[in-house]
Ligand binder design. Structure first.
Ligand SMILES: Cc1cc2nc3c(=O)[nH]c(=O)nc-3n(C[C@H](O)[C@H](O)[C@H](O)COP(=O)(O)OP(=O)(O)OC[C@H]3O[C@@H](n4cnc5c(N)ncnc54)[C@H](O)[C@@H]3O)c2cc1C
Length: 675
């Protein structure tokens, strides 16, 4: 729900130079930039080590991350669960496509559907039998009734109509609607008791501040809040000057973001804030905000990106500061479940002739040693499917590097690629997640004391919000969308923060008494969280399912069940581009040192969350295609829906397009014989 749009010029600059950094052809002609990166490997080592400040310390001021050296990991067969498929599908696929996307998360589907719109022949290959990745929905039958549960996200803003949420923007670009119910608040269950953040009203937020802080501290809090908003005003204003979907990772970016020129010219101070955009938000918050209530609120608003203010990019708060207090802003429940977002992208893909192949696990990326590029994928069923232009991996970086074999039956990788693989494989990451799925009887259940389906529960403000035994969320979609369960019942998804350590789980045998006992122990805090709202929830429970990190890993196909990449903002991540010495850009590029291989998804800029993942998929699709195609679609969308007029790059965009269009997409992504 964070970081929907960003300062155009900042990102244009960074992505553009990043594009140059990771452009495979250019790398070679520059005498292999990759090998220079390899030469600086000791520095990368040091930075990685420094970044992992804390692993198990759960004090509030610590940044919790986990990291593993995957290059040292023995071959490890992932747990497979009934219900996820055997991954052996893909028989009906053709032998060759222009673009192959591995994974049907929000990133993969946005990339696939937009690439097809831009004229490529696309196949999206999904390992699971359901699309949506972390945002898929699963169902259970119980006494003849069907109950649907979300495996992941619950908090969405701006999905119910044209908006700055890039996921919704992508759907509108593709002409797909998404039916949503809306609600206006987020429930908080804290040591001080229950309170509610109401979205869409600056006045209600002030009321909440006074309610929680009293008159004297409330006055101070409002002063500090206004100071924070003022400090970030220029950056925040840029969120409506241009969208993340305007971005691409090559020189074409100059053309597609040209619509922001008037904003940049009238707000030159945006340049001074370049580093701040990517820096850790806590640096600004520490200077301006002292009132505990406000600091707590800001941390919880950031936590869906994986970090509290300490570790979150400043960019993450901009959208919230700009939009969440505007009248009309609402949280959304996609009717039928979050999987409807995936279905909308799937429709867009298939209407244009693209294919989504489920239960199709990609075993390996096929690397052609002669052409020094990724030329396709090898499926678990043994078939090789070729990609003329590129393969885009929507899997986490950890799962992606595992798919790139080095030596043995596969070709040996060049040194630079080997180094990239090694470094990505041990980047800091978030922990896993504990889940509790509840189907409850709602007979005579009075929930009039809550108004909203989505809730956050904090046990102790003194402990890290990343600690999975401290912060959790619960979501009751059936309060707005009765279609997800039989009448008179409710479905509840309770989940921990993404800091559940995986190690204690990895040696447990699923189904064993030890495993079941540990599940019960770790899920107790989730039960207690719901009990704060529904005291007799255990008695009302018709059935419950505890999802361990092993189940999370198996169903969401994320290595060690990780919530995602966790490079805390404040320093540049390895492989984040030429400007990384000047700007603390906390993501490795979506371009890779392997020609014909791109990444997308929530481990890429702009980070974790469905809007961000969709945005990264759009950026990947844009990067893969001529800038003229992207500008055509931006203009068509702006013309169709006036709310999207900011997407149009305007006349300056046309000038730039004439100047740089020939160079797009970059040569290593053009396909057969052209690289
Ligand atoms: C519990 C939870 C709560 C969350 N809450 C929110 C929230 O409230 N709001 C919000 O916006 N976001 C939330 N998020 C985050 C959000 O869901 C994710 O950031 C986003 O959905 C990730 O999308 P993605 O494109 O990176 O890909 P993923 O969802 O990770 O999908 C990747 C896909 O690739 C497939 N794949 C992997 N390897 C292979 C292979 N070898 N072959 C074929 N397919 C493969 C996987 O099966 C998967 O379908 C939450 C996430 C979780 C887990």
């Amino acid at each position: 729900m964070v970081s929907h749009s960003l300062c155009s010029l900042v990102v244009a600059l960074v992505s553009c130079t990043n594009g140059l950094t990771m452009h495979g052809g250019l790398l070679r002609s520059l005498g292999s930039h990759v090998s220079r990166l390899a030469m600086s490997a000791p520095d990368i080592e040091r930075k990685t080590g420094d970044n992992v400040e804390q692993i198990k310390d759960t004090k509030r001021d610590k940044v919790m991350t986990f990291s593993y050296d995957m290059s040292l990991e023995p071959q490890y067969e992932k747990p497979t669960y009934p219900g996820t498929g055997n991954g052996l599908g893909g028989d009906s696929l053709k032998d060759e496509y222009d673009v192959i996307v591995i994974g049907s998360g929000m990133g993969g589907l946005a990339c696939g559907a937009l690439s097809q719109e831009y004229g490529s022949k696309v196949a999206v290959l999904e390992s699971h039998i359901k699309p949506g990745g972390s945002a898929h929905t699963f169902s259970r039958m119980h006494k003849g009734g069907k109950y649907s549960f979300e495996v992941g996200p619950s908090i969405f803003e701006g999905l119910n109509g044209p908006s700055l949420n890039p996921l919704r923007t992508c759907l509108d670009m593709l002409g797909e609607d998404l039916k949503c119910e809306t609600y206006s608040g987020l429930g908080y269950w804290t040591p001080e008791g229950y309170w509610r953040f109401q979205i869409g009203s600056a006045k209600k937020f002030e009321d909440l501040i006074y309610e929680q802080c009293g008159k004297e501290e409330g006055d101070k809090a409002i002063e500090e809040w206004n100071a924070l908003r003022k400090r970030l005003k220029t950056l925040g204003g840029s969120t409506s000057a241009v969208s993340l979907v305007n971005l691409r990772q090559d020189a074409g970016m100059l053309a597609t973001t040209a619509g922001a020129t008037p904003y940049v010219l009238t707000h030159p101070d945006v340049f001074l804030d370049l580093p701040l955009t990517f820096d850790s938000l806590h640096k600004t918050v520490d200077q301006l905000v002292t009132v505990p209530f406000l600091r707590n609120y800001i941390d919880t608003m950031c936590i869906f990106c994986g970090f509290p203010a300490k570790g979150a990019m400043t960019a993450h708060i901009l959208y919230i500061l700009e939009r969440f207090f505007e009248e009309g802003c609402a949280f959304c429940v996609p009717v039928g479940g979050t999987v409807e977002m995936a279905y909308a992208f799937q429709r867009a893909l298939e209407k244009r002739g693209g294919e989504l192949s489920l239960n199709t696990h990609v075993q390996e990326l096929v690397y052609d040693k002669e052409r020094k590029r990724c030329v396709g994928v090898k499926l678990k069923n043994g078939r090789v499917i070729k990609a003329k232009k590129a393969v885009v991996s929507n899997a986490t970086p950890f799962d992606t590097v595992r798919m790139l074999p080095d030596g043995g039956d596969a070709p040996e990788l060049p040194e630079g690629v080997r180094e990239w693989k090694k470094v990505l494989g041990k980047l800091p990451r978030h922990g896993a997640i504990m889940h509790l799925f509840l189907a409850i009887d709602a007979t005579d259940l009075d929930l009039s004391h809550i108004e909203d389906p989505a809730h956050l529960v904090v046990q102790d403000w003194g402990r890290s919000l990343q600690d999975s035994q401290n912060l959790c969320s619960f979501f009751i979609p059936s309060l707005r969308d009765p279609s997800v369960c039989p009448p008179g019942k409710h479905c509840i998804h309770v989940y921990s923060s993404g800091g559940e350590p995986y190690e204690p789980w990895e040696n447990l045998v699923t189904g064993s008494p030890e495993y079941e006992a540990y599940k019960k122990e770790r899920a107790e805090v989730l039960w207690q969280a719901v009990e704060r709202c529904i005291p007799d929830v255990r008695k009302r429970t018709e059935f419950s399912i505890i999802g361990s990190p092993l189940a999370h890993e198996a169903f969401l196909r994320r290595d060690r069940g990780t919530y995602g990449l966790a490079w805390a903002a404040g320093t540049s991540a390895p492989f984040s581009g030429l400007l990384s010495n000047l700007l603390p850009f906390p993501f490795p590029n979506l371009k890779t040192p392997v020609d014909g291989l791109l990444r997308c998804g929530d481990s890429c800029f702009p980070g974790i969350g469905t809007p961000s993942a969709a945005a990264s998929g759009a950026i990947a699709a844009n990067t893969l295609h001529p800038v003229s195609e992207q500008i055509r679609l931006l203009r068509e969308t702006a013309k169709r829906e006036p709310k999207y007029s900011f997407l149009d790059p305007g006349p300056i965009g046309s000038l730039y397009e004439a100047a740089v269009g020939w160079s797009t997409p970059s040569s290593e992504l053009r396909g057969d014989g052209e690289a």
